[in-house]
Write a protein that binds this ligand. Structure first.
Ligand code: AMP
Ligand code: GLY
Length: 359
C-alpha cells in the first residue's frame, strides 16, 4: 500500500500528524488539499467534521478518517452527547436547573467553543459574568471532583482501539478561576490504579457497544474527557477528533507505526518513560493574544517543536496566534527538558505554565 494522504487542518496537532504519517511505510505523499485526489483524508479539527466534510468526501469515494456529521454532534451539541450517554448507560455529570444556586457548578455552552465554553463557577457573580459572555445557549451541570484523563480512541466501524490515557492541562494557569483554553500542556501515559484500569475497560466496552448499537458507520477518533469520581469514570465531554496537545504526546510515545494502527488494525505499542508537551502561548491568550513577535528557537535535539500559530517571513518566525508553539520531549522527566527549552525561547510576549508535571 502506498497512499497519498491529506491531513485537514494546520495547527500543532496536524503538524504532528503529518510528520508521523509522512514517515509511515504506508504513505507515499502528503497532499495539502483534499481536492488533489488523495487516497485517504485524515481530519484534524472539529469544524470541518461538524460541517459534514467527512460525509462529503466519503460520498466521492475517498476513504476518510473522521467522525460523520451525525455523530459529530457528540462534540457540537453537548445535549446530544448527554442523550447518547443516557441511552447507553454511560455515566456523566447530572444536569441541574439553569437557576440552580448549588455551588460549585459547571456552566457549559451548547456549541463549538474550542474548549473555552465551559467554566466551573463558585458563586452567583462568577456565573452571571460567564453566562453573559457566552453568546449561545448553555446548561448547568453538577460539579464533580477528581483527577481527569483524556482517553482517545479510534473507531473503525467495527471496534474501538484505545490509545493510552493522557492528561492535559486545560486552564490557563493553576488558579481555579482562570479560564479554560485549548490546552496548555499534556503528558502520557497516566498511571492508573488497577480499579481505574478495570473500570476504564468497562467504560470503553460500553462506548464501543453504544456506537455499534446506534449503527455508527465511520472510521474516526473519539475523545472522551473522563473524571474519576465516586469510584468510577464519568464523561465530562466528547470530542470527535484527537486532542491538541494530547495527540502530540501520544504520537511521540508510539513505538509502532500510527498509520498501520489505523489501517491494519495493529494495536498501539509504546516506548518506556513519558511523553510530554508544553504549549508556548502569547500573552493575552485566550482572549486577546499579542501577535507579531519574532521568535528565535534554541537548538536542542531532545525537543521537537510543532508550530501552532506561527507565521514565516523572510526565513524568520513570528507569533501569529494564541497558542504559538507546541514543544515535545520524551524521557523519564520530560518536563525538565521542556522547561529548560521554554525559558530559552526568544519571544517578547511568551507565556507558558510552569507548574505542569507528571502526576
Ligand atoms: P470540558 O470542555 O467539558 O471537558 O470541560 C473543560 C474542563 O472543565 C474539564 O476538563 C474539567 O476540568 C472542567 N469540568 C467540566 N465539567 C465538569 C464537571 N461536571 N465537574 C467538574 N469539572 C468539570
Ligand atoms: N486538549 C483538549 C482538546 O483538544 O479538546
Amino acid at each position: 500500500m502506498s497512499l497519498k494522504v491529506c491531513v485537514i487542518g494546520n495547527g500543532a496537532r496536524e503538524e504532528a500528524l503529518k510528520e508521523f504519517i509522512k514517515s509511515s511505510p504506508l504513505c507515499c505523499e502528503i497532499l495539502n488539499s483534499p481536492d488533489d485526489n488523495p487516497d485517504l483524508i485524515i481530519f484534524g479539527p472539529e469544524q470541518p467534521i461538524c460541517d459534514g466534510l467527512v460525509d462529503f468526501y466519503q460520498a466521492k469515494g475517498i476513504k476518510c478518517i473522521g467522525v460523520d456529521k451525525n455523530f459529530s454532534r457528540l462534540e457540537s451539541s453537548k445535549l446530544f452527547a448527554k442523550k447518547f450517554m443516557a441511552e447507553h448507560g454511560i455515566k456523566c455529570a447530572k444536569l441541574l436547573p439553569v437557576e440552580s444556586d448549588l455551588f460549585p457548578q459547571v456552566v457549559k455552552a451548547d456549541g463549538l467553543c474550542k474548549g473555552k465554553g465551559v467554566k466551573v463557577v463558585y458563586n452567583q457573580q462568577d456565573k452571571d459574568t460567564f453566562t453573559k459572555s457566552l453568546n449561545m445557549p448553555y446548561f448547568i451541570e453538577e460539579y464533580l471532583s477528581g483527577d481527569e484523563i483524556s482517553l482517545m480512541s479510534y473507531f473503525n466501524g467495527k471496534r474501538l482501539v484505545n490509545f493510552c490515557p493522557a492528561r492535559d492541562f486545560k486552564r490557563l494557569t493553576n488558579d481555579l478561576n482562570s479560564p479554560n483554553t485549548g490546552g496548555m500542556g499534556a503528558f502520557c501515559p497516566v498511571n492508573l490504579s488497577l480499579e481505574q484500569t478495570e473500570k476504564l475497560e468497562l467504560y470503553s466496552a460500553k462506548l464501543e457497544a453504544a456506537l455499534l448499537n446506534s449503527s455508527a458507520n465511520f472510521s474516526g477518533f473519539i475523545y472522551s474527557g473522563l473524571i474519576w469520581s465516586r469510584n468510577d469514570w464519568y464523561v465530562l465531554e466528547y470530542n470527535v477528533r484527537l486532542g491538541d496537545p494530547e495527540c502530540q504526546v501520544i504520537l511521540n510515545h508510539l513505538k509502532n507505526d500510527f498509520l498501520t494502527i489505523l489501517l491494519n488494525n495493529e494495536k498501539p505499542v509504546y516506548k518506556n518513560g513519558y511523553s510530554a508537551c508544553l504549549t508556548i502561548a502569547a500573552k493575552g491568550y485566550p482572549e486577546n493574544p499579542v501577535k507579531g513577535d519574532e521568535i528565535i528557537l534554541p537548538n536542542d535535539k531532545r525537543v521537537k517543536v510543532y508550530f501552532a500559530g506561527v507565521k514565516q517571513n523572510n526565513n524568520k518566525l513570528y507569533s501569529n496566534g494564541g497558542r504559538v508553539l507546541s514543544i515535545c520531549a520524551h524521557g523519564d522527566n520530560p518536563f525538565d527538558i521542556l522547561y529548560d527549552y521554554a525559558e530559552k525561547i526568544q519571544m517578547k510576549n511568551k507565556f507558558f505554565r510552569k507548574d505542569i508535571n507528571i502526576f
